[in-house]
Design a binder for this molecule. Structure first.
Ligand SMILES: C[S@@+](CC[C@H](N)C(=O)[O-])C[C@H]1O[C@@H](n2cnc3c(N)ncnc32)[C@H](O)[C@@H]1O
Ligand code: SF4
Length: 392
């Protein structure tokens, strides 16, 4: 698995110091209603949406906190960005555009239940060149159980409309291990998604997140052995259909990996703007050698839309202690099926490889990691949580 991956990484320019990024994340914190499984910073929309006010705030935030930077990727995520009209998204992207690299990937998350006719053509015209459509399942009773505001047919028409609008880079979000789901049902969902021929599939195991409706009233989720069968058979189905798994939950056709998410998984820098958005940036030291500590900074914005709107340029920031950097780096990099070159560790953390060498040797000895490359073995990948414990 590694050789092919390395070749693709090199073709994609992801080897060593030539790592992707930086990215720009823009958060849209409202949804029509809150799904019972979701712990993202999303708030049910009460009353009408002041899209102009929010876009104005995002632009102020951008001007204050992203000045002088250029971006290789933009991700408009939520919440539900597709609640915003193409005109509002266009205005925002017009403000951002002067700071985008040529050929920047610009993704918008879309909920099939929010799309007005012609919306995709409008987003395309506004500059969006990648769509991430929240399908979740193709079973109408299951969609109802998940509190979704759309049917399976709405997902089909969203994809058809996106294609008609000229989108050639589409992701579908799908979940499995859903309440009382059988292996056959999970595979049928995947087959429906594959039949729509997206370039990318995010296939997430449903997790019961604290403080969600599902945590308060847990639904009966499938037994562990059924989940394992879903994963084994589902991955085979995806591979047969030409989707290569490149991260725990991400599958792509050749050349269609999500460049923005690769920024996170390679521990790259990104500016996060909008209510509750997180960011990360690295302070470069002399001759691009980073200082021993305090050189990687995390930023955060107020989660409540009301508070954010009161003062959109305010950001909290704190530095990651140097002893936490190896764990933070590995938590991301080891999610990548083929991992990264060793040089990436120093490029991203400023620490010498020697700082993790002994731990790495120990995990390699146990058969969890590759000797030469920052990558889990097949065995290590199946026990990723255990492997990460060594670095945390
Ligand atoms: C921010 S949501 C995005 C998109 C859009 N709001 C929608 O729902 O259509 C990103 C994706 O994370 C996944 N997700 C959210 N909560 C999850 C959970 N508890 N377990 C597994 N996947 C989850 C869903 O597939 C969802 O589409
Ligand atoms: S899953 Fe998507 S639509 Fe549902 S509450 Fe979360 S962000 Fe909103």
């Amino acid at each position: 698995m590694c050789a092919g991956w390395m070749e693709e990484m090199q073709n994609d320019g992801l080897g060593g110091r030539d790592l992707p990024g930086p990215g720009l994340y823009l958060h849209f914190p409202w949804c029509v209603k809150k799904c019972p499984y979701c712990d993202f910073n999303s708030h049910p929309l009460a009353g009408s949406l002041d899209e102009e006010g929010y876009v104005r705030a995002l632009i102020r935030d951008f001007q204050a906190n992203a000045a002088g930077r250029s971006f290789a990727t933009v991700f408009l995520g939520g919440g539900t960005p597709s609640l915003f009209s193409p005109a509002a998204i266009g205005k925002l992207l017009d403000a951002v555009r002067p700071q985008l690299e040529k050929g920047a990937e610009i993704t918008l998350e879309a909920n099939p239940g929010t799309l007005e006719r012609g919306a995709f053509a409008g987003y395309r015209q506004a500059g969006v060149n990648r769509l991430s459509i929240g399908a979740q399942s193709f079973s109408n009773p299951m969609l109802a159980r998940l509190g979704r505001i759309h049917s399976a047919a709405a997902v089909d028409s969203a994809v058809a409309e996106a294609r008609a609008a000229g989108f050639d880079n589409i992701n579908l979000d799908l979940m499995y291990a859903l309440p009382e789901q059988s292996v056959e049902e999970a595979l049928a969902d995947l087959q429906r998604a594959i039949a729509l021929q997206p370039e990318h599939l995010s296939w997430y195991q449903l997790t019961i997140e604290p403080k969600t409706e599902f945590a308060r009233r847990p639904p009966p989720t499938p037994a562990e052995d059924l989940i394992i069968s879903m994963e084994e058979e589902g991955r085979a189905l995806l591979a047969d259909a030409g989707f290569a798994r490149y991260e725990v939950s991400a599958y792509a056709r050749a050349g269609a990996r999500c460049r923005h998410n690769l920024v996170y998984w390679t521990f790259g820098d990104y500016v996060g703007l909008g209510a509750g958005a997180a960011g990360k940036h690295t302070l470069a030291g002399p001759s691009s050698v980073l200082g021993p500590s305090g050189s990687v900074i995390r930023t955060g914005k107020p989660r409540q839309p009301r508070l954010y709107l009161q003062n959109p340029t305010r950001s909290a920031s704190s530095s990651i202690a140097s002893e936490e950097l190896p764990g933070e780096f590995m938590m991301n990099a080891l999610r990548l099926v083929g991992g990264l070159e060793r040089a990436s560790f120093t490029a991203r953390t400023g620490l010498p490889w020697a700082s993790v060498e002994a731990t790495w040797a120990q995990t390699t000895e146990l058969g969890l990691t590759e000797p030469e490359r920052i990558a889990a073995t097949d065995f290590g990948y199946r026990h990723l949580d255990r492997l990460l414990q060594f670095f945390l």
